[in-house]
Design a protein around this ligand. Sequence first.
Ligand code: FE
Length: 220
Amino acid sequence: MTDSERQTKRSFSDVRIFPQIAFLDARYTHTQSRAVTVNTAVDALSHAIEGYLSKRSTAVSDCLALEAIRSFGRACNALVLGEFDISVREELLYTSLLGGVVIAQTGTTAVHALGYSLTYFYQVPHGRANGLLLGEYLRFNEPVVPQKVEAVLAALGLKTVDEMKVLMSRLLPSREVYSQEELHKFVAIASEAANIVNTPRQPGKEDLYNLLLQSLTCKA
Ligand code: FE
């Protein structure tokens, strides 16, 4: 939901709106453009990664999160090439399903909290906003959860956070440009977000600012 008063997006959850059955039929995603497909897939990946690192993660959610990340990894080449046959779309639906199940348990974290500003103020597609921040998010949390960051990278067939950043830049070309004032505004809003407390390494305002600075292009 768009919350115009707080100038951000919010989500809501309740057991009464929890689905009992999910129908996943990739045929209904067939007409989605490359951009929508990639952005949505990256959002699903972000759900899995944030959920896996989340302070609220559990042994069970971790299994699902890692499977979601591996699933994304299997579809990754097709995503980069923009070639989506039905089997790739089925794989991505599976990634998305698992990512959703994970965040229903763990909540999202600082990536979603920061990404909301890019979407609220500049209509950056939600998944893209998350994907721009994911690499630096892993780097920021690595000192606190090194094994988990290593497991995320391994599940994607990567070795380093820099490789993750290269992958994201291939999927999401070009970087958004913002002023320092805008970055400070994004930080002020994100630091009030409820989901920020799920971040394994608790970020202060300066950390959030640096995360944006390393992920986006800042004009002088
Ligand atoms: Fe999301």
